[in-house]
Structure formats: C-alpha cells, structure tokens
Design a protein around this ligand. Structure first.
Ligand SMILES: Nc1ncnc2c1ncn2[C@@H]1O[C@H](COP(=O)(O)OP(=O)(O)O)[C@@H](O)[C@H]1O
Ligand SMILES: N[C@@H](CCC(=O)OP(=O)(O)O)C(=O)O
Length: 374
C-alpha cells in the first residue's frame, strides 16, 4: 500500500494515546477531543467505517480524584480508571451526539481475546456496530485485569482490534510527528521517517520504549503494533494528533507522519487469533528436524520432535515452540497437559496409548492450532 492508495480504504482503527488526550496530564483535552471527533465524522461522511481505541481513563480519573502523580498500587490505578472512563466516554458521547452519531463503549481484556468464543463475540458485535453506523470506542477493561494479563499500552490493543475486524488502516495518534530515527525527546537531531516497510528490522531499534510521563510503551509498542497489524494486511500510520485535520489529511494521501507498509504475508483469521495470544503457559524445545518440518511443510508437531518442556500448562493452553537456541519458531495450543506431555516427549506417537492409557491426538500441537512466528 502507498499513501495514494489510502483514499480508497474503507475500515479504519484510530488509536488516541494518553499523552495526547490528556495534554500531558492536564485532564482531558476537550478541545482537541472535539477536533478528532470532527475528523472522524468527516471520515464517516466519506464512506469510511471507524473504530476508536482511546486511552485516557487513568489520567482523567487521577484528575477527578485530585491526584497529582500516577499511583503505583494496582488497585489505585484501577480505581482511577473506573472513575476516568466515565469522563472519557461522556466526552466522546456528547461530542458525537452533536453530529447525530451513536457511540458504543467496549472494554476488553486480553483474556477476552484469548478465549475463542468471546473473541468471536466481540468480533461480531463490532461488525454489527459498524453496520449500524455507530462509532465503537474501545479501551482496556482496566478495573478487572491484573498486571500479568494487561495489555498495558493501548497500541497493542489497537493492533489486535485491527486484526479482529481486518481493518485496512490503523492510525496511531501520538504527541510526536511520527517515528523518528531516534527518540526526539532526548536527541534533537533525530529525523522523521516518512515511510518504511514494516518488516525492516532497524525500525525496532530506533523506537525507544521510553514514552512521556503518562503514555505507556513509547514508540516501541507502536512499531510492534504496526507489525502485528500487518498480519491482517493493515497499514499503520504513526502521526501527530496535534496536527490540525491530521486524519483527513492522511485519508487524502498527504504526506504526514510515518507510514508503515504491511509487507509481511497476511495470516488467516484463525492464525491471527492464535498469534494474538499475548500470554503463553509453557515452552516446548524442538529438535532441528521438527523445526524444519514446522517451517517448511506446515505439519503438526509430533511429540517425537520435542526435546524438553517448561511450564505447567493444561490441555488447550498456548505454548511457545522454540528451537534449541531458544529462538521462537511457532506458538500453538497444546493437546496434552504438562504432566502427560512430559511422558511422551521424544517418543513416537504410537506409544502415546501405552504411556498415557489413552490418545487424544497423535500430535502434541495440531497444525490447525499452530501459527509460525515471524
Ligand atoms: N524513535 C522515536 N520517535 C518518536 N518518538 C519516540 C521515539 N522513541 C521514543 N519516543 C517517545 O515516544 C513517546 C510517545 O509514546 P507514549 O508516551 O507512550 O505516548 P502515547 O500515550 O501516545 O502512546 C514520544 O513522546 C517520544 O518521547
Ligand atoms: N487503559 C489505559 C491506557 C494505557 C495507556 O496509557 O496507553 P497508551 O496511550 O498507549 O500510552 C487508560 O485508559 O488510561
């Protein structure tokens, strides 16, 4: 996809970050919010469907509760998020209502997206909302998640949302003009990158995980989000939300921000769901032969090709498959719990019954439940 192709795209996910939305901690920047709403309305009028991923609940909650600095305790962050989400949604709802557009609040956790049933439900709800002309507004369900199972930053959530609905474009609005070849906060000579193929390895190194005082993830999670979004063929823009009419300018193919072009082979919807599991419950170390078979022949992983395992996984849970050097090769849903798989590792499948007294499947991870890592 080139900038000129953006005009004809239809489905957009727009992510607005905390740093921008709260004007670096001043509470919701309502004037700026009103301007983004205007732009989304313009996109919708031009025939596009837009899903909004908006941060800002914690920062707005802190303001409402009179807290000057971001609390460290999880329960305080969750309390702030619960209070602030009200203000956030109220602000969007009333602004969109001026244009007779309905909004819908969707709060998700990554547990929700790992569960196939709930994943499919969210997907069909989002699609229905878009059909009805509603603008869904997504945030992480901060009040119910614990630290280990948080998305944490909304860039990842934006990318998973793009994967979920097979968006054409993901726009990540932030407080910088785009991706620079170094962090512009610390290097005043850093240069803006106008365009790059998402598979380029050097862009990860340019993007620092250091963000502002309120943002989570910095530029690194934005670049990783672009890679994730590319799995559904989605092109990602990283651009400044402070640039007047930025969304409309991008939609017209104008040269603002950074365009990260999806040059990776897109995954199927089921593969994207598998790849979107952010938490793995265990690890399988494969021998060289198994690595080759997985990479080249798209076959299932048999126990005979597995040398060792880690973790206390249950049947059906996500495990990472690594080569002997520890490099991730694939991930997938395992057919046997850890206490049983340990008994069949390195053994031919016809011995499964004698080892376990039953056979669920001849493979440890079936090819339908396996996705190769990049
Ligand atoms: N290579 C880079 N180019 C641009 N910004 C970068 C880069 N590396 C790190 N950053 C930092 O990332 C910040 C944006 O991330 P973050 O604070 O998490 O914002 P948001 O809330 O919008 O997600 C920028 O303000 C900048 O300081
Ligand atoms: N869910 C959190 C957002 C986390 C966050 O700040 O993310 P980001 O805007 O990507 O830096 C909130 O609404 O405050």
């Amino acid at each position: 996809m080139q900038r000129a192709d953006v005009k004809s795209t239809q489905r957009w996910v727009v992510k607005i970050g905390s740093a921008l939305l709260t004007d670096d901690g001043q509470g919701l920047n309502r004037e700026a919010l009103a301007h983004w709403v205007e732009q989304i309305v313009a996109l919708k009028k031009s025939g596009k469907e837009v899903v909004l991923v908006s941060s800002g609940s914690v920062a707005e909650g802190m303001k409402r509760l009179g807290w000057k600095s971001r609390p460290a305790a999880l329960h305080d962050l969750q309390a702030a998020a619960a209070v602030g989400q009200m203000g956030l949604i109220q602000a969007y709802e009333s602004k969109f209502a001026q244009y007779d557009i309905h909004t819908a609040q969707i709060l998700m956790t990554h547990d929700d997206l790992s569960n196939r049933k709930r994943y499919l439900n969210v997907r069909s709800t989002l699609k229905a909302l878009l059909e009805y002309g509603v603008v869904p507004i997504i945030n992480e369900n901060d009040t119910v998640v614990t630290d280990e199972i948080r998305f944490g930053d909304n860039d990842t959530l934006g990318a998973l949302t793009a994967n979920l609905i097979s968006a054409d474009v993901l726009v990540i609005l932030t407080d910088q003009q785009g991706l620079y070849n170094d962090n512009p906060r610390t290097n005043p000579n850093a240069e803006l990158i106008s365009e790059a193929q998402v598979s380029r390895k050097d862009i990860e190194a340019m993007a620092s995980p250091e963000g502002g005082a309120l943002g989570k993830g910095g530029m690194y999670t934005k670049v990783m989000a672009a890679k994730r979004a590319a799995r559904s063929g989605t092109a990602t823009f990283i651009a400044s939300g402070r640039e007047p009419n930025i969304l409309v300018k991008l939609a017209q193919g104008e040269s603002y921000g950074t365009l990260l072009i999806p040059d990776l082979e897109p995954l199927t919807a089921r593969e994207r769901w598998l790849a979107g599991h952010l938490q793995a419950k265990g690890k399988l170390v494969l021998d060289a032969g198994a690595v080759k078979v997985l990479k080249n022949s798209g076959k299932s992983l048999l126990p005979i090709g597995v040398k060792s395992q880690e973790g206390n996984f249950q049947r059906g849970e996500m495990v990472i498959c690594v080569d002997e050097a520890g490099v991730e090769v694939a991930r997938g849903l395992v057919n046997y719990p850890a206490n049983e798989s340990i008994k069949i590792l390195g053994k031919p499948s016809h011995q499964i019954i004698s080892q376990l007294g039953y056979m669920e499947d001849e493979s440890l991870v079936h090819r339908d439940n396996l996705v190769l890592s990049e």
